[in-house]
Design a protein around this ligand. Sequence first.
Ligand code: GUN
Length: 288
Amino acid sequence: MAAFVIDGKVIAAKVRADVAADVARLKEQHGFVPGLAVVLVGEDPASKVYVRNKAQQTVECGMQSFEFKLAEDTPEEEVLELVRKLNADPAVNGILVQMPLPKHMDSNKVLELIDPLKDVDGFHPMNVGRLSIGERALAPCTPVGSVILARSFKDDLSGLNAVVVGRSNIVGKPMAQLLLRENCTVTIAHSRTKDLPDVVREADLVVAAIGKPEFVKGGWIKPGAIVIDVGINRVLKEDGKGKIVGDVEYAAAAQVAGAITPVPGGVGPMTIACLLKNTVEAALMQRG
Ligand code: GUN
């Protein structure tokens, strides 16, 4: 039987509607409007699109959006000074510095300067640590969105064998932490894992975040498994046109899985929705 297709666009719209309702309540009850600051350094075209979409959706949810666009050759110290200013600004509840930064900057130095309570990306070591010891923390948006998608199909993930393919700091590692919090039995697999197909075959829940087009084959998927595909890869079709595919061989996997996220239209739309959710969460944490 063909898998249930988990519609990320519909679920992201629901997350945004919940955020808008929370924002309206904060405004009505406390006269307070959360604000999100986004810092873009340079001219990377993909980053510019992300930043524009973030700003638009922030305003649509009723929040304040602050955008800072700096030239590619801005000195690192100027970016650090801007982060210090945003840390101190009470109108700013969330700070996101768009990655990648230009090569002459030390990304970790910039990210580690962000106030952990305003770190809506969940990249600061303080939030990474808090997440790993089960404390209240801001967690990275893509893994948070992936858990919401999995739970939209099966609310209780407790006891599932979850295999995360990929060990990045932005997706793989925090994903594993969030699935542990959902009481899954978690395996992190990666490019050096031995017998990867057999490891994936044990999974009731597969999260593919390895950044290689259609790397996880349909034949590796356990019948009935939930498949969350985090990959976004641009490939050339035979006719020379470009198309976007995930990290999972979708057509084959969809014949075997119980549920699967498409690419595009699965995890992608969840990332910004969860950033907005994190901004409200950050504002509430700052208010105590
Ligand atoms: N660049 C691409 N995605 C992201 C993201 O989620 N956060 C940041 N800071 N930069 C990105």
